[in-house]
Ligand binder design. Structure first.
Ligand code: ADE
Length: 234
C-alpha cells in the first residue's frame, strides 16, 4: 500500500519510521512518502494560510498550495488515491474504517493546522475523477493542534492490518472492535508470568490447559469489560 502524508511539519511524522509501521516501511509493505506543504508555496515567505472570509479567530489554510501538492503527488498514474483529511468535524474513524482502508492501494493524508483547510479543497477533490473520493475524518471528540497526530493514529491502525505486518497473524482478527468477531466487544484482561505477582494470582482457568473453558472464560470477561467500560459512553 502507498501512503503519502502532506504537512507543514513533516518531522512530526518521524515516529512512522519506527517500530511495527517502520518495519513495514523498511520491508516495502508500506511505501511511505512524507511531504512538506511549503514546497508547493509560491511566495518568498512560503505562506500557507490567510484570514478567514466572514471574520473570526485564527487563520485558514489556503487551497492553493494544497491543490498544487495533491495534483503533483497524484502525478500521472492510473491509480486513484483516496484523499484523507483529518479534522475534528469529520466522520468518526473507527476499526471498520481501518479495515476498509487497508484494502485500498493508496491513501493521501492532508494534515491541516490552524482553523483547518479552505472547504473548497475537499469539494474539488470529491468531484475529481482522478481521485477515489475524499474522507474527512475525526479520531475522536477532542481538538488536536493539527492533523498530524490523527494521521499517525490512522496509519498505524490501517498499517497493522496489512498482510505480514503483525508478527502474529491472528492478533488483528482477535482485537477489540474487530469487525469479524462478535461486533462490539472489547478484549478482556491478559496475563503472563509470574503466576503470582505482588500477591495477585493469574486466574486459575488460564492455567488449566482446558481450551474450551478458556475460550468461554475469555468471552465472559470481554462481555463484563464491555459493560463496565462502555455502557455510559456508547
Ligand atoms: N485535527 C484536530 N483535531 C482532530 C481530531 N480530533 N481528529 C482528526 N483530526 C483532527
Amino acid at each position: 500500500m502507498r501512503i503519502d502524508i502532506v504537512s507543514i511539519f513533516p518531522d512530526y511524522l518521524g515516529p512512522l519510521r519506527l517500530s511495527l509501521i517502520g518495519k513495514a516501511v523498511d520491508s516495502g509493505t508500506i511505501e511511505l512518502h512524507i511531504h512538506d506543504l511549503r514546497d508547493w508555496t509560491a511566495d518568498r515567505h512560503r505562506t500557507v494560510d490567510d484570514t478567514p472570509y466572514g471574520g473570526g479567530p485564527g487563520m485558514v489554510m489556503s487551497p492553493e498550495p494544497w491543490g498544487r501538492a495533491l495534483d503533483d503527488i497524484r502525478g500521472t498514474t492510473d491509480l486513484k488515491p483516496k484523499l484523507v483529511i483529518p479534522t475534528p468535524s469529520g466522520a468518526r474513524f473507527v476499526q471498520s474504517t481501518a479495515q476498509q482502508w487497508s484494502a485500498h492501494p493508496w491513501l493521501v493524508f492532508a494534515c491541516g493546522r490552524y482553523e483547518g483547510i479552505d472547504a473548497r479543497l475537499a469539494q474539488f477533490y470529491h468531484a475529481d475523477q482522478h481521485w477515489d473520493g475524499v474522507a474527512e475524518v475525526s479520531i475522536g471528540d477532542y481538538v488536536l493542534a493539527g492533523g498530524e497526530v490523527a494521521a499517525m493514529v490512522m496509519v498505524e491502525a490501517v498499517g497493522r492490518l496489512l498482510p505480514g505486518v503483525l508478527g502474529n497473524e491472528v492478533s488483528a482478527a482477535d482485537d477489540s472492535f474487530s469487525i469479524d468477531d462478535s461486533g462490539e466487544l472489547v478484549e478482556g484482561p491478559v496475563f503472563t508470568r509470574p503466576q503470582i505477582w505482588r500477591g495477585l494470582e493469574v486466574p486459575e482457568v488460564l492455567l488449566s490447559g482446558h481450551h474450551a473453558h478458556i475460550v468461554q472464560w475469555r468471552a465472559a470477561q470481554a462481555q463484563d469489560r464491555t459493560e463496565q467500560m462502555r455502557s455510559v459512553d456508547r
